[in-house]
Design a protein around this ligand. Structure first.
Ligand code: SF4
Length: 115
């Protein structure tokens, strides 16, 4: 059973070793692909005890927090959804990815996604 929780993230624009930053509006992913690399470490990283694919933290403050962090951050490329799918079903309700992309575009910040 899917456990959905609305949370307030402390940081949404985080340093990455692959691109300059990564940005994940959700922790967890409902698609639960068997080949997903995130399933190998995200439970431990997030502190969830549920199996991968059965929890999603919805970072409801992501767009506002991103706006604030972009004002202070050095310019760089942002990797959107490194460990979740940006358009998983909950996006239809919360539209966090859509709002975050708008913030990135407003600040003319380069972004990419592997999804
Ligand atoms: S993050 Fe990507 S690969 Fe992993 S379960 Fe979601 S859609 Fe599948």
């Amino acid at each position: 059973m899917l456990k959905i929780e609305e949370v307030k993230a402390k940081s949404i624009l985080n340093k990455s070793k692959i691109f300059d930053y990564c940005l994940n509006p959700y922790t967890g992913c409902e698609f639960n692909c068997t080949y997903c690399y995130a399933r190998l470490f995200m439970r431990r990283y997030s502190g969830h005890v549920e199996p991968w694919g059965e929890f999603i933290d919805v970072k409801v403050n992501a767009p506002l927090l991103l706006k604030k962090q972009l004002e202070r951050a050095k310019r760089g490329t942002v990797w959107v959804s490194s460990v979740c799918d940006p358009y998983q079903p909950l996006e239809a309700k919360y539209k966090l990815t859509r709002q975050c992309l708008k913030e990135l575009a407003d600040k003319q910040t380069e972004f990419t996604s592997t999804k």
